[in-house]
Design a protein around this ligand. Structure first.
Ligand code: GLU
Length: 298
């Protein structure tokens, strides 16, 4: 079995990221699985210093990984091939919609698709409209063709989940491959068998499973874990206060205290050194994890 951790180096980790990372590590190490690290670094907001900062936080907390990290920016050829494969199978179309057009299209309910789904506007353009767009300066995004499919899967934490699939983006107008494409391609290429991540990504998982089918890739199992929320019930963010490991340390907490804070939020035993995490992994039982978000009032 192989697990993974796939952060975007766009900032320092906060307690929510660290808690999800700790869980991904525990899921993997409790079954003696490999644990791989991939940086999802195709985002424009990526900054050089955060690669090291994120790796350093993990190391300080005693969370190790095997090999890597793998960087997505080194793998553009691989995503291009996957995209070409989908194009060759006739499974894609060009989309010239502006952000505004997409916003307008998604706010109108259509065909029973979930909120935020694209309505397929560019799929139904006439030949004349397409040739006009092709002569314009705008470069099109590439979308997958779907037909109102719904996909069900058994999530290890959430249980049975069903979601509709829209014509989601595979590559942006500037050619950058999308998160859904790169994530699926990389998980398969890295031999990942178990994905553990925040439940904010639950609703996009049917899209990823659909893509696995189209690319004939073996899908991993999924465990979506509850996020950390602030006192207003919103996803924890840097502006909520002292939420990063370095901020907690500068307030006088030790690394072990921060780790124990995370462990107690998961109803797991505390440790006296980070090395003892191995013992926590030995008795880790995912079925006993809290099912609800951790509300953190900084
Ligand atoms: N890079 C994504 C994030 O930082 C995680 C994606 C995933 O785990 O599939 O939110």
């Amino acid at each position: 079995m192989t697990g993974r951790w796939a952060p975007s180096p766009t900032g320092e980790f906060h307690l929510g990221n660290l808690r999800t990372g700790l869980l991904a590590w525990l899921f993997a190490r409790s079954t003696g699985s490999e644990f791989l690290w991939r940086f999802e670094d195709l985002d424009a907001a990526v900054r050089r210093e955060f690669y090291a900062a994120q790796l350093d936080d993990f190391s300080r907390l005693g969370l190790d990984w095997d090999g890597g990290p793998i960087l997505q920016r080194d793998r553009l050829d691989i995503y291009r091939d996957a995209l070409q494969d989908l194009k060759d199978k006739g499974l894609t179309y060009n989309c010239w919609c502006t952000r505004k057009e997409i916003r307008e299209s998604v706010s109108a309910p259509h065909n029973g698709l979930p909120d935020g789904a694209y309505n397929g506007r560019c799929r139904w353009l006439s030949a004349k409209e397409i040739s006009e767009y092709e002569r314009s300066a705008r470069s099109p995004a590439t979308r997958i063709i779907t037909n109102g499919e719904h996909l069900q899967f058994e999530d290890r934490q959430v249980g049975l989940f069903e979601g509709a699939i829209d014509d989601f983006v595979l590559a942006r107008g500037d050619g950058t491959p999308s998160y859904n494409l790169t994530s699926v391609v990389d998980d398969a290429a890295m031999g990942v068998t178990e994905v553990v991540r925040g439940d904010d990504l639950l609703s996009t998982t049917p899209r990823q499973l659909f893509l696995c089918e189209q690319l004939k890739l073996k899908a991993p199992t999924y465990a979506h874990v509850p996020l950390v929320l602030n006192s207003a019930g919103k996803r924890l963010a840097k502006r909520d206060g002292a939420v990063t490991l370095s901020q907690r340390i500068s307030m006088g907490e030790s690394v072990v205290e921060v780790l124990n804070y995370l462990l107690s939020s998961l109803s797991l035993d505390s440790v006296s050194t980070v090395m003892e995490l191995e013992l926590v992994a030995k008795v880790f039982n995912p079925t006993k994890l809290p099912r609800h978000a951790w509300i953190l009032d900084i």
